[in-house]
Ligand binder design. Structure first.
Ligand code: ACO
Length: 331
């Protein structure tokens, strides 16, 4: 069974409420119908019920089984406003500003539903840039206890060379932190290990990657990666990791054995942590385009509750799949 089929099966047994705030997007409406039909979650749409229903009818789509919430006359709007004022008080947010944001920015309203537990998770981004979804997630939901960093992974489902590299690899961070510090790299590694276990059912073997393997090259950017490895050792994390590996040393047995002898991870890594966002973002797109791997994500990690970002070029099945993944993340 493919990874995504397994996730969809798990999501069916959970039946979580997932908010899809960009509800006027045609693809979201079509995905809503499929999500209900397949019982992947209870989709919650944001907007005017009459207008959304009319738009759906014009598309030949049924919204039966979905919930629709209109922020303007939502019974808990005052509570949501008070919470946003409290969360952003240090930035001087007033009640008027909070009300304006929550009634005009569906990402903030959806994130607040997640904050209050009125939805188990949120999937957005078909109609807004990544940074908008991230800002709503960061400002409203924030990080989970004990975690300072919100980051992301892609679940790369290989179609080729599965014998050599396994079916599923996790790549992080490919979407959030432009230049991570050592502490943030360690956080990304720890979150990715957790995502691997909880979402993918994979036993983590984490490679913190660089252009150097075990001292083969020297540069400040290599030191950042080495330091991240030291932090993970100090934290006594409960997963296998190796810092300062080149990609071939991380993935290819013979190269790993030669360049990092004795390592439990070199040659066997299934989680690749990139040293910065440029490498990560370019890396996952190369594997997607040149190796034909399916890239699921980016899955945000480190948040107190799951919120995930779609690409603006997403398809209907991207939305249904990410909804299923988000539901599984919510547990
Ligand atoms: N983890 C934890 N906290 C964070 C993080 C993070 N990664 N980033 C920002 N914060 C904090 C901020 O410090 C801020 O704290 P404060 O309220 O105490 O001051 C709070 O979260 C809110 O952050 P904002 O001010 O709203 O956001 P910021 O301006 O810091 O920008 C953002 C954060 C949007 C994630 C930015 O780093 C960004 O744009 N990253 C790149 C996103 C992107 O374009 N990715 C590439 C495309 S995606 C793709 O191709 C798949």
């Amino acid at each position: 069974m493919s990874f995504i089929s397994e996730v969809r099966e798990k999501a069916k047994s959970l039946n979580n409420r997932i908010v899809l705030p960009e509800s006027t997007d045609e693809r979201v409406l079509k995905a809503t119908e499929e999500i209900v039909k397949e019982k992947l979650s209870v989709p919650v749409l944001i907007g005017n019920a009459e207008e959304l229903t009319k738009q759906a009818q014009e598309l030949g789509v049924s919204l039966e089984g979905a919930e629709i919430i209109d922020p303007i006359n939502f019974s808990k709007l005052d509570e949501y406003v008070a919470k946003l004022v409290e969360l952003r008080s240090k930035k001087g947010m007033t009640e008027e500003q909070a009300k304006e944001i929550l009634t005009s920015d569906v990402n903030f309203f959806g994130a607040m539903m997640v904050k209050f537990g009125d939805a188990a998770g949120m999937v957005s981004g078909s109609d807004s840039p990544t940074a908008n979804v991230l800002k709503a997630a960061l400002q409203v939901v924030g990080t989970k206890p004990g975690m300072k960093t919100v980051s992301s992974v892609f679940l790369m489902e290989l179609k080729d060379k599965i014998e050599e590299y396994g079916q599923l690899l996790l790549f992080g961070d490919c979407a959030v932190i432009p230049e991570p510090t050592s502490e943030q790299l360690a956080d990304i590694a720890a979150s990715a290990a957790e995502t691997a276990k909880s979402v993918a059912g994979v036993e983590p073997k984490v490679a913190l990657m660089s252009f150097s393997t075990k001292g083969s090259a020297r540069h400040d950017s290599v030191d950042v990666v080495v330091e991240a490895g030291k932090l993970l050792t100090e934290r006594k994390v409960d997963f296998d990791f190796e810092a300062e590996l080149q990609a071939d040393a991380a993935l290819v047995n013979a190269v790993g054995a030669k360049k990092a002898p004795g390592s439990k991870v070199a040659g066997n890594a299934n989680i690749l942590i990139f040293p910065n966002l440029a490498a990560g973002n370019i890396g996952y797109k190369l594997v997607q385009r040149l190796a034909g791997a399916e890239a699921h994500g980016p899955l945000l990690q480190g948040l107190a509750a799951p919120i995930n970002d779609l690409s603006r070029g997403c398809s209907v099945s991207d939305i249904t799949n990410l909804t299923a993944i988000t539901s599984v993340q919510a547990g």
